[in-house]
Design a protein around this ligand. Structure first.
Ligand code: AHR
Length: 657
């Protein structure tokens, strides 16, 4: 424990004496928080999250649907499905057919024909398997009808783990009209990679469509809802905002493949499937079975923001496809539908129930507005075409909705010609917030402690919308997290300029990721929290309301930086607690004396949280998920000195009792 010296009164006296002498005579570090000099107010929504359907974040992740391609709408309708049957003699045992009565989002069905004593069927593999928990309920639904048969036909539904049948049910398909059949299945064992099988056990033909399996226990137990354990991890962070739905998925390879929010508030069966842009983005990590089915669409998104008390921050396509891909542009004279999408989204979120889109929100069960105040125009766009398009959006949006703050991009990286060009334009055009994205090395993040010190205090504010420390191995290790913590201290100290920030990406499936590092890993049953998650959480839960100046004696500066330790402090107004955050990114432990200046002397209990580990290489894995986690302790009073372990992040919450 880094604080052990401070717990022992006799050792402590000696240590203080030593440290005081060193503070005067020698280069020991003295951290002084000026508690009586409150500065900038921190945005209550400062620390948020950014959700994008990457790494199976939505389909196969947050959206709790367990059947992949349940409606046979993937370009290859067989994807995710395997034909079952003892004898593979009949070519016609399973066929995939176009639906003559098909709606645009549901153009195909599957047909199974069994013969006497020769039964056929299909099995679905789920998203890298189906995760099942023993004794929990799973809601199975299927649309089915009999074809060319007089009597009812029996369809056996099974959940299978290895060679064991974990749950089984039999459904009677009796009508030649489509009907939805339901059954609740309760698996007898917990299995991470089960499958679903459907066998037609009578001689005849059935057609099936929209096969679905959801855990009954979802987030807030909403039918067809979100995976509860994953949402809980977000709730535990108390995010100030949720940026959604991207990221690059907003842009698409071309405009036809862009994200269109209106599609995602339709009834589930009407939401058009879309190729996920991460499906083919990385040649070395192809994911041919990655599509967006929008089980998590804009309706679920707004609900989630409300559940977590987080500000919605939607990002919309600005008439530009991804400039790393086709870069397709909507000509200026054809931009109006894109602008209209933005106007309609504001109406959907905030408009009265008498308005067209407000009425749609009410019809979904939410007559009250969602009170959306932020809207991003474009993701990582750049160049004059972007500026031109933003101006067209801003002209109309600001005239009709001055209450909504508009966010623009600073391009795909935090420096360089594209970045400089855009900032020059934004200084002139004054959007409300400029979104900077940084994926860089540990040293970049540590130097980033002072990045915002030189920004104009009166100009356009900054949203650090995507960032993550990328080590050489792209691991979610302690070094990455500690570097991010230093950077975040810099954001906190500059909370007058930087109003919001979010790590990226948020989720990654251990068997289906395209991009790493990521904040939260998961498999079909569990989540694995990274050291970076804990850093985000510690900042968010210790946000405070007002920044307090910190002086570090060694550098003699007011930057909160000594070259060894980095620090920042805030005051939480409702509790009166003073929170000091100190990061030691070095590979050696550092001693420092601590002083709270300007506080009346009284005994104040201190809660201490330390995130560290035996080495910077350490990370949490599915096999060892708790290797790096914060440790908490309490002190009866503020210590005069502390030892900050190598690669550690310490939060001291000084209680005002
Ligand atoms: O976070 C992953 C991707 O990184 C985002 O989609 C994009 O905005 C950025 O390039």
């Amino acid at each position: 424990m880094p604080l052990r010296a401070a717990f022992k009164p006799i050792a402590l006296l000696g240590a203080i004496a030593l440290l005081v002498i060193r503070c005067i005579a020698d280069p020991a570090i003295c951290v002084t928080v000026q508690a009586d000099a409150p500065g900038t107010h921190i945005n209550p929504a400062m620390w948020g999250v950014f959700f994008e359907d990457i790494n199976f974040g939505a389909d196969g992740g947050l959206s709790a649907e367990l059947i992949k391609n349940g409606s046979f709408e993937f370009p290859d309708p067989r994807m995710g499905w395997t034909r079952l049957g003892d004898k593979n003699t009949s070519e016609n045992s399973v066929r995939y057919l176009a639906r003559s009565d098909g709606a645009p989002a549901n153009m195909r069905l599957a047909e199974i024909t069994s013969e006497p004593n020769d039964f056929y069927g299909l099995s679905n593999e789920g998203f890298r398997g189906i995760g099942l928990k023993a004794s929990e309920d799973y809601d199975f639904t299927i649309e089915a009808r009999c074809v060319a048969s007089s009597g009812p036909l029996k369809l056996k539904v099974e959940l299978v783990g290895g060679h064991a049948v974990l749950a089984s049910a039999s459904l009677n398909i009796s009508s030649s009209n489509w009907a939805q059949l339901k059954v609740t299945l309760k698996p007898s064992a917990t299995v991470a990679k089960a499958k679903l099988t459907l066998i037609l056990e009578d001689n005849g033909t059935v057609q099936i469509d929209r096969v679905s399996l959801f855990p009954t226990k979802t987030w807030k137990n909403r039918p067809q809802g979100l995976r509860a354990d994953m949402v809980q991890r977000l709730a535990d962070m108390k995010p100030g905002f949720i940026r959604f739905p991207g990221g690059c998925v907003v842009e698409g390879f071309n405009l036809g493949l862009r994200y269109q929010w209106k599609q995602t508030i339709l009834p589930r069966e009407e939401r058009m499937l879309l190729l996920n842009r991460w499906n083919v983005e990385f040649k070395d990590r192809p994911v041919p079975d990655y599509y967006q089915s929008f089980g998590l669409g804009f309706w679920e998104y707004f609900q989630l923001c409300e559940d977590l008390n987080a500000e919605p921050l939607p990002i919309l396509n600005c008439g530009m496809a991804c400039q790393y891909n086709s870069g397709e542009l909507a000509p200026m004279e054809a931009l109006q539908p894109y602008i209209q999408d933005a106007l309609d989204l504001i109406e959907f979120a905030n408009g009265p129930v008498t308005s067209t889109w407000g009425a749609k929100r009410a019809a979904l069960g939410h007559p009250e507005p969602f009170r959306m105040k932020l809207l991003g125009i474009g993701n990582e766009q750049w160049g004059p075409q972007y500026v031109e398009r933003y101006q067209a959006f801003a002209k109309e949006l600001k005239a009709k909705h001055p209450e909504v703050q508009l966010l623009v991009a600073a391009g795909p990286s935090p420096s360089g010609a594209r970045f400089d060009y855009l900032w020059e334009q934004w200084k002139r055009l004054k959007p409300d917030l400029v979104d900077e994205h940084s994926y860089s090395s540990p040293s970049w993040f540590i130097e980033g402690f002072t990045r915002y010190d030189g920004y104009d205090r009166t100009g356009t504010k900054v949203f650090v919308g995507e960032y993550a420390c990328h080590t050489k191995e792209q691991k979610n290790n302690l070094t990455a997290a500690i570097s991010e913590a230093v950077f975040m201290l810099g954001l906190e100290r500059n909370a007058d300029v930087v109003r919001m920030a979010a790590y990226a990406p948020l989720f990654a499936h251990v068997d289906a990721w395209q991009w790493r590092p990521d904040l939260i890993w998961f498999d079909n049953l569990r989540t694995i929290l990274t050291p970076s998650y804990y850093v985000q959480q510690l900042f968010s839960l210790n946000r405070g309301d007002v920044v307090l100046p910190v002086v570090l004696a060694l550098a003699g500066s007011t930057t909160g930086k000594t070259g060894q330790l980095y620090a920042s402090a805030v005051l939480e107004e409702k509790t009166g607690d003073l929170i000091v955050k100190i990061v030691n990114p070095a590979n050696e432990k550092v001693e420092a004396s601590l002083k709270l200046a300007g506080l009346p002397i009284k005994k104040r209990r201190v809660r201490v949280t330390v995130l560290t580990a035996a080495s910077g290489e350490m990370e949490n894995t599915p096999e060892a998920p708790d290797r790096v986690a914060p440790q908490e302790s309490a002190l009866e009073s503020m210590p005069s000195a502390m030892v900050f372990q190598a690669q550690s992040f310490t939060v001291l919450r000084v209680e005002q009792f």
